[in-house]
Design a protein around this ligand. Structure first.
Ligand code: 5AD
Ligand code: FES
Length: 347
């Protein structure tokens, strides 16, 4: 019965909430088959290729106070830093030499990065590397800000919705953070022509299986180009320090559901998944993921951009990270490719 549901999902790219929930509730019984089908679809759409994105963690200052996040403004136990335009450009230079054709500028919500600053920075990156894609992951900004950054040349924007459930959202965030503003940001980004990534944490405090089924409906509705999901991992200096972390198996299960629902979607095997399970990223690829986002940040930044405890790859040089990933990915039968890896509409 579960296998029939999985076959139906593969064929029709949609299930009802009840059907998604049936699969999620019975995941032990059908994970193996689901993984197989998701990997097959992954390979049909992308061959054996895995795209890489160079992640640059530009700042760990954040004006927000999300209960789960290690760089929340109330955390006094971290050393704050922000990268200058020159430092960011040197990360791109190094990344380019290593074969990256997408740079992801990610940071906390830091007012230091004004529209003017980012406009010039994006222009500079695009002047140096016209064939590279620039992805931004800088949180909620105004429509006009997103518009200016798009005009500067930004191609993509990652803004995880964190949960599709309004009530759940308000248990993960202080009340000044507005679920509906976040959704409006996602709509604005889409309207402006960005390739848009949304996403959520798996196993975050108070999340239910029903919430996970709702995530699938949300994704079908929004039709994002990218979906970033990873397990929630508790951070010792946050209000959620005593909550259990999410599980790798449930995360890879959700990756597979996403692959069958949105066959073309760009789907990273995240660092959080690699942190909760030593082989998490390989398992993510085998479950249908097709993107990896190695860290290009300078080492002082890596050591202080800690959203959760025990984060991996915070010491290595970028070049070593790539080598390590190449070896790991080989075992899945896939291989890393040098390309922008844009979203493609056709199957
Ligand atoms: N565990 C896992 N993921 C986290 N993020 C933030 N804090 C944590 C945590 N403790 C994720 C959020 C955010 C992304 C950049 O990192 O989903 O959108
Ligand atoms: Fe920075 Fe959540 S703590 S956006």
């Amino acid at each position: 019965m579960y296998n029939e549901l999985i076959d139906k999902l593969e064929k029709e790219h949609t299930l009802s909430k009840k059907e998604y929930l049936t699969l999620i509730n019975n995941r032990e019984k059908c994970q193996e088959y689901l993984t197989q089908r998701a990997f097959a679809v992954r390979n049909k759409v992308f061959g054996n290729k895995v795209y890489i994105r160079g992640l640059i963690e530009v700042s760990n200052y954040c004006k927000n106070d999300c209960y789960y996040c290690g760089i929340r403004r109330s955390n006094k136990n971290i050393q704050r830093y922000r990268l200058s335009a020159d430092e960011i450009l040197s990360c791109c230079d190094e990344g380019y030499k290593l074969g990256f054709r997408t740079f992801v500028l990610q940071g906390g919500e830091d007012n230091y990065y004004t529209d003017d600053f980012l406009y010039e920075l994006i222009k500079d990156i695009k002047r140096r590397y016209p064939e590279c894609a620039v992805t931004l992951s800088l949180g909620e900004r105004s429509y006009n800000s997103y518009k200016a950054l798009k005009e500067a040349g930004a191609d993509r924007y990652l803004l995880r919705h964190e949960t599709a459930n309004f009530e759940h959202y308000s248990r993960l965030h202080p009340k000044e953070m507005d679920f509906f503003n976040r959704l409006a940001c996602i709509e604005n980004l889409k309207a402006l022509g960005y390739q848009v990534g949304v996403g959520f944490m798996v196993g975050s405090p108070y999340q239910t299986e029903e919430d996970l089924a709702d995530e699938m409906l949300f994704l079908m509705q929004v039709k994002p180009h990218m979906v970033g999901i990873g397990p929630f991992i508790s951070h010792k200096d946050t209000p959620f320090c005593d909550f259990e972390s999410g599980r790798a198996e449930l995360t890879t299960f959700m990756l597979s559901l996403i692959r069958l629902t949105l066959p073309n979607v760009l789907l990273p095997a995240t660092t959080a998944l690699g942190t909760i399970d030593m082989d998490g990223r390989e398992k993510g690829i085998l479950a249908g993921a097709n993107v990896l986002m190695p860290n290009l940040s300078p080492s002082f930044a890596k050591k202080n951009y800690l959203l959760y405890d025990n984060k991996i790859c915070t010491g290595d040089e970028a070049a070593m990270c790539i080598e390590c990933l190449k070896q790991r990915i080989k075992k899945t039968g896939c291989e890393i490719t040098v390309s922008r890896g844009d979203y493609k509409n056709e199957l």
